[in-house]
Structures are given as structure tokens and as C-alpha cells.
Ligand binder design. Structure first.
Ligand code: ZN
Length: 274
């Protein structure tokens, strides 16, 4: 019988992405969307996860840890895993030098060590954006897994180095590394459909949760040891109606046979052992 794993992941960005997005200008209204995630979204999600007895993986930028230490401590003390999500949430490909990119990642490591007393082993790139240098920096700094890329939907795999993509030659995939990828998808992320931005309309929200359930059903039926990674943001999914829908989705997922809710660190460790 098929066994399936669900990994709930929360990107606790708070105000950090609003420092970089759109026109780059700080806006009190944009920043307040992040503050909602700190003051309301995160406590509500922690409560929901407690009700379902689920341990989630939280990706927390160093900027969030430094700005909102009590909220981050609440996540940690409630028994969730906390891993790396950059320091300022600045897209890594926007750094001009390797030294600047490495410095951002090192500062983020220090922030998580301050909060948890543990060095992070997992990484999620801000905006799921890698530079060509990112993988080698992660390997140098001792990371064991990443969750930013999209080369599979429901299978962990290994990130590759030495790949080449010339315009006038065939693509060379390179060689696998020891970094495990736990792939993400814009199809399993709350931000694209729900987070209003100018020029982007709202969707029928229930349909998104139905799509997530349909994706899981397909995985459970067709994939042995499938891993379903869902990405949510406290400032997006901590809104009232989405909490109701998320609660119902979790109930539906728990009704399937042989379904476990686990952290990404746990899934990566098992992948390596096998
Ligand atoms: Zn983020």
C-alpha cells in the first residue's frame, strides 16, 4: 500500500520581503501586511498545528528573528523545526559578488543559532531564487538539504553541480552532490493565488484548497513514498477564512491511510539513509 508524507512548511517572512518587492520603497501599509503575520497569523497557525498535533518546518529570515524575537521563540518553543531563509530575504541572484551572497547566508546562520542553539542544516532560498553560486556556498557551509527548486514534484532528489547551459550546445546536467532537494512548486504555495498585488485578481479561494487535495490524492494513488510539500505564509494563510479551509484540508489528508506529517529534516535524513 502506498505510503505518503505531508510536509507543512511556513515561510515566516514578516516584513522582510516587503523591503525588496515592487518599487523597493518602504511603505507602512505594505509593512503592516508582514506585521499581521507576526501578531495574528503566526499565533493562529501555531494553534491550528497544535490542534492537529503537527510538527511543521518554519523557514525564518534572520531579519525576522532580529525584529520579532518573541514570535520566533514561540515557534521554536512549540516544537517546530526552524531552518534558514536568508537574512534580509533578498533574492540571492541580486548579489553582485560571491562574498556578499555568502555573507547574507552566514548572517542568517548566526541568527538561527542564536534562536535555537543549533546550526541550520536546511535552506530555502528567498523567493525560491538561486544564483549560480548558491549551491557551492551551501555545500561549503555544511547544509544538508534545500527546499527551493522544482526538478520533481513528489520525490526528493540530489542537486547537481557542474551543469552547463550554453545557447549553442546541448544542456549538461552535471553531477549529483550530497545536497538533498525537497522540491517546491508554485502550485503548492499560498502566496501566488491569495496575496493580493496590484494587477492580480483574487481567485475562488476554496478551489485552491481543492486543487491541493487533488494533487495529494494523485500522489497518494500513483507514487510510493511520495512527499507532498505545502508552503504557506503566516501573513497569507493566517487569515480567518483560510484557516478554516486549511483546517478542513488537514482533516481530509488525515483520513487517507498511511499518511504521516513530518519535517523536511526528517524526510531528508531518511532519503540519505536509503
Ligand atoms: Zn520567503
Amino acid at each position: 500500500m502506498s505510503r505518503s508524507t505531508v510536509c507543512l512548511t511556513c515561510d515566516f517572512d514578516a516584513v522582510s520581503p516587503w523591503l525588496h518587492l515592487f518599487d523597493g520603497q518602504e511603505s507602512p501599509t505594505k509593512l503592516s501586511r508582514g506585521l499581521f503575520g507576526v501578531d495574528y497569523g503566526t499565533p493562529r497557525l501555531l494553534e491550528l498545528f497544535d490542534q492537529h498535533d503537527i510538527e511543521a518546518t518554519w523557514f525564518v529570515p534572520g531579519h525576522t528573528i532580529a525584529s520579532f524575537p518573541d514570535a520566533c521563540e514561540a515557534v521554536w518553543s512549540r516544537g517546530h523545526d526552524i531552518q534558514h531563509h536568508g537574512w534580509t530575504h533578498r533574492p540571492l541572484s541580486s548579489y553582485e559578488t560571491e562574498a556578499e551572497e555568502r555573507s547574507d547566508i552566514e548572517r542568517g546562520i548566526e541568527s538561527i543559532e542564536t534562536l535555537t542553539g543549533r546550526r541550520p542544516i536546511g535552506f530555502r532560498s528567498p523567493s525560491w531564487d538561486f544564483s549560480p553560486r548558491t549551491l557551492s556556498i551551501l555545500r561549503d557551509l555544511g547544509f544538508e538539504w534545500d527546499s527551493s527548486q522544482m526538478g520533481a514534484d513528489f520525490h526528493p532528489y540530489r542537486l547537481r553541480t557542474g551543469w552547463e547551459a550554453p545557447l549553442d550546445q546541448p544542456f549538461d546536467r552535471g553531477e549529483p552532490t550530497d545536497i538533498v532537494e525537497l522540491p517546491v512548486s508554485w502550485q503548492r504555495d499560498d502566496f501566488p493565488p491569495f496575496a493580493y498585488r496590484r494587477g492580480q485578481g483574487f481567485v475562488t479561494e476554496r478551489s485552491v484548497f481543492d486543487q491541493w487535495l487533488t494533487q495529494f490524492e494523485w500522489m497518494h494513488e500513483h507514487i510510493d513514498d511520495g512527499v507532498f510539500v505545502l508552503t504557506i505564509h503566516p501573513q497569507v494563510s493566517g487569515q480567518s477564512h483560510r484557516l478554516t479551509n486549511l483546517d478542513q484540508l488537514l482533516e481530509s489528508l488525515k483520513e487517507f491511510s498511511n499518511v504521516d506529517f513530518r519535517t523536511l529534516s526528517s524526510v531528508a535524513a531518511e532519503f540519505v539513509d536509503n
